[in-house]
Every structure is written in structure tokens, then in C-alpha cells.
Design a protein. Structure first.
Length: 489
């Protein structure tokens, strides 16, 4: 047994969140875990196809001063966002390959850490598909959209009356959603250039079970002849019935469906609900029963199956995890009796070959899937390029000028061209050890020279009439001489 996060005295700490790196090109799954005991570390692990247990790789420390509740990799793989108590959100920056994060301790390198200051404890975070924006949800009922390039808030959403326990971003970038302990779901539409607009985002609230065949009620005064409206049933469980810190929702891989945990059916059964983005007012499309207790987290598989027409989602309950096809109400995979405490989070490998499940008892479970177990062959989604504005990530240093180079300020040298030879043949190579012939670079004149007056006497001219108003003195043109930084032999 591996203690992923330890407390003083050797006891295992709770694992509050887990997420996998999007790079699986070498078959090794790299994932990050965070604990809730106050150590403030984000630990990096890796597991290969033939390994029975994961290997510890590195620890990202000195970023948090308290419990860490969530960790999520950016789509480009260069950054890792971790959020926890006291409103601390850390943006860890490094290489885009999973191997870079595994070799931090061996190379004695450290990932750069930038902070985003929230007003209160943060329970969940979500990246935008482009990797530029980050959505955070706090217990003060506010959700904030951050610009990760400038580290400044772009939108602050204050529509919930209680804790925000889960946030998600549509994979296509058309909407974002938040789930709260006030038993409501908020869906915000993202029009073009939403980040530059000062207008409020269009919001849709989902709170009640609705009958798809029932006509919407008209607003106005009711008459005695009109029947009374039937009492509505709450779609989500109360905070007492949902004994968990999280309601981590997700969107399907194609962005058409929204899967939200912490739901309760009209008959009192607990589970998750699937909502269609284009038909939120018609209620849930399907109800995914929870195998054991209330559902705490839903994680969608990033890869599509069955030829790209279906999506998989893992639903974490108290002591069981079920893998659903969003088009069906019966699980295609089920695992129960895994832990002694409630499950807190789950993470998919990009190629759907592995599912990592985290628990509050301090341990992880690994569910492996062979090709064909969950449908047709799964393919990892394409990697997302790094967004513009993040030019300070680790990369190759620029070439330094040599001592014998001549640099002129304000002069842009022309690109070198290979000399042409008769017949189109390549020029002969210079013998080894021969010194390069230095060329004299002629300076470029940036301004035309001012005309010089001739010393010959000019004929006398008639005096010009005196102006009524003093004319402004004419500006003299100055000759700009190039400055030679190094003498040319």
C-alpha cells in the first residue's frame, strides 16, 4: 500500500483530487494528487502499462499554506492549476511533455509558480479548451474567470447563494457551468468576444424536475377556474443528504451533454443527471443511478468511442465507481468495495486505457481497460498548442552573438544566401581549420544629409516684408551618424 499524502505520525492523509497529464505518447500515465491535511504539496506520480504500483516522481511544494482541494492540468500540458483553502490558486509552469514533470527531482529543477488570490476557499477549477482562461469556484458563492496570461480576473459570477462545489468548461468553449450546495445549477453562455464585453453572461438556472410534455405556465394572475400548479420536486439533493464537499460536474467530450452529480430522483434514488445543453428548460435527458450513496464527482473521458458518436463518463459514489455511456442508463463497467471512505475524484488517461480513482481514506484505485472493453478503439484527443502570451515557459535559449560579430543598432541584416555556381551545383566546402573571411558591413544611412550652403556670395535680395505675427522657428534636421560598436579590421 502506498501512502500518497502523509500526516504527522505516519497516518495517511485524504486525497482530495487527482488529474492525469494529457500526454500519453510513450504509454506512461503521469498524474498529480493533492491532499487535505495541510502539507500543501502537489505530488507527481507515473504508472506504466506493466507496473502494479505507481512511482513517485516529484513534489511541488511551497505553493500552498493549507489543504489543497483540487488539481487540473491545462490542455497544453505545460501548466498545472491547484486550488485549496485560504483562497490560494497556484499555476505551476513547466514543459509540455509528461517526461519533463517526472524528471524534476533528477534534474534539480523547479516548476515556476504563479498565484491567483481568491477571497475564500476554492473547491474546484476548470480550464478553457484553449488553455488561456481558468474558472474557479469558491465557498463564498462566487465563480471567477481568470486570464492566466495576465493573472487578472475577467468575469466574477455571483449568482449562487451558497458554496460552489463544482465547475466545468465546455470542451468546445460555448458555455461554462457551476454547481452549488444551494441545490441549483447555473449554465452561462459564452458569446464571441465575451471576455472583452462588460455585459453579464446569459444565465440559465436548473433547479427542479420538469415534465417534458408539460407546457410552460403563463405569467400573470391566476383565476379560480385554473387548476393549482403541482408541487415541484427538487432536482438536486440537499446539503444534509449529500454529505460531501464536492459536486464535481463535467461535460461530455462533444460538449452536447452536461452530467451533474448530487441529484435525486422523484422516487428518492440518488445519482447523477444528464442535461442537454440545447434543452435545459425541459429537464434531464436521463438519470444515472449511483451504485452506492450520493454521487460526488463525474469525470468525462476525453476520447470519443464508437466511431466518435458516444462519450464515456465515470460517476464516483460513496464506495463505488460506475462507467456510463451517456447514451445509456446502465453502466458498462462497475467497481465497488474499493475503499473505506467516500470517493472524492477520478481522472481518465487521454486514451481511455486507465481510470484513477481517489478516496478520502488516502489511497487510489486503478482501473485498466483493454482495447474494446468500453466500445470501439479509443484515440487520444489532439494536443492543444500553447496560448499566445505565455512566452516565459522553459524552452531552448536563443543563440548568443559571437565576439567577432558586428552589430549595428537600427540596421536589420539581410538573410544569408548561398552563392550560386554554374550548372546549379553546390559550392565547394571550405577546408577544415580555415578561418572565415570577414566582410565589411556598410552602414545604412537612416536620414538624408542636410544641404550645405555654398561659400560663394549670393546676389543681394530685396528685404522681405515684416510679418504681422512671429512665425515659429523652423526645425533643423540633424544628421544621424551610425555608431560603430566594434572596429572593423
Amino acid at each position: 500500500m502506498i501512502s500518497y499524502h502523509s500526516l504527522e505520525g505516519g497516518k495517511s492523509d485524504r486525497v482530495m483530487g487527482v488529474d492525469a497529464h494529457p500526454d500519453v505518447s510513450e504509454g506512461v500515465v503521469v498524474f498529480a494528487t493533492v491532499g487535505g491535511g495541510g502539507s500543501g504539496e502537489v505530488r507527481i506520480w507515473s504508472i506504466a502499462p506493466g507496473d502494479e504500483q505507481p512511482k513517485f516522481r516529484s513534489a511541488l511544494a511551497k505553493g500552498h499554506d493549507g489543504s489543497v482541494n483540487c488539481a487540473r492540468w491545462a490542455p497544453d500540458g505545460c501548466r498545472l492549476a491547484s486550488a485549496g483553502d485560504r483562497g490560494t490558486v497556484c499555476l505551476w509552469r513547466g514543459g509540455s511533455d509528461a517526461a519533463w514533470w517526472c524528471e524534476l527531482d533528477e534534474k534539480n529543477e523547479r516548476a515556476r509558480c504563479d498565484h491567483l488570490n481568491h477571497a475564500d476557499d476554492v473547491y474546484d477549477v476548470a480550464w478553457s479548451p484553449c488553455g488561456k482562461w481558468l474558472l474557479t469556484g469558491a465557498i463564498d458563492g462566487s465563480a471567477t474567470v481568470w486570464d492566466t496570461c495576465t493573472r487578472r480576473p475577467v468575469k466574477v459570477l455571483r449568482d449562487h447563494a451558497h458554496y460552489i462545489q463544482g465547475v466545468c468548461w465546455d470542451p468546445l468553449g460555448n458555455y461554462l457551468a457551476t454547481a452549488s450546495s444551494d441545490r441549483s445549477l447555473k449554465v452561462y453562455e459564452l458569446p464571441p468576444k465575451w471576455h472583452a464585453s462588460k455585459k453579464n453572461l446569459k444565465t440559465t438556472t436548473v433547479r427542479w424536475w420538469t415534465d417534458p410534455h408539460e407546457l410552460p405556465q403563463k405569467k400573470g394572475k391566476k383565476t379560480a377556474e385554473e387548476p393549482k400548479a403541482k408541487p415541484r420536486s427538487a432536482l438536486f439533493a440537499s446539503e444534509t443528504a449529500h454529505a460531501s464537499f464536492f459536486r464535481r460536474l463535467c461535460a461530455s467530450a462533444d460538449g452536447s451533454l452536461l452530467i451533474t452529480p448530487g441529484a435525486a430522483s422523484k422516487e428518492g434514488q440518488r445519482g447523477s443527471v444528464t442535461l442537454h445543453k440545447a434543452q435545459l428548460d425541459r429537464g434531464p435527458v436521463s438519470f444515472l443511478p449511483s451504485p452506492d450513496g450520493s454521487a460526488t464527482a463525474c469525470r468525462a473521458c476525453p476520447a470519443l468511442v464508437d466511431g466518435g458518436v458516444s462519450s464515456l463518463v465515470a460517476v464516483c459514489a460513496h464506495d463505488a465507481v460506475a462507467v456510463y455511456d451517456v447514451t445509456k442508463n446502465t453502466p458498462c463497467a462497475l467497481a465497488s468495495g474499493l475503499h473505506y471512505a467516500a470517493l472524492t475524484d477520478a481522472a481518465w488517461a487521454a486514451d481511455a486505457s486507465l481510470l484513477v480513482v481517489a478516496s478520502a481514506d488516502g489511497y487510489l484505485s486503478f482501473l485498466r481497460f483493454e482495447p474494446g472493453d468500453l466500445g470501439a478503439k479509443c484515440a487520444a484527443p489532439p494536443r492543444v498548442p500553447l496560448p499566445a502570451g505565455l512566452d516565459d515557459l522553459p524552452r531552448a535559449p536563443p543563440p548568443q552573438p559571437k565576439d567577432d560579430d558586428v552589430v549595428l543598432v537600427g540596421v536589420t541584416p539581410a538573410p544569408p544566401q548561398a552563392p550560386s555556381t554554374p550548372g546549379g551545383a553546390a559550392p565547394p566546402a571550405s577546408p577544415a581549420g580555415s578561418a572565415k573571411k570577414k566582410k565589411r558591413i556598410a552602414p545604412t544611412l537612416l536620414a538624408p544629409p542636410t544641404p550645405v550652403k555654398s561659400p560663394a556670395k549670393s546676389p543681394a535680395k530685396e528685404p522681405a516684408p515684416e510679418p504681422t505675427e512671429a512665425a515659429p522657428p523652423a526645425k533643423k534636421k540633424k544628421r544621424i551618424a551610425p555608431t560603430l560598436l566594434q572596429p572593423v579590421p
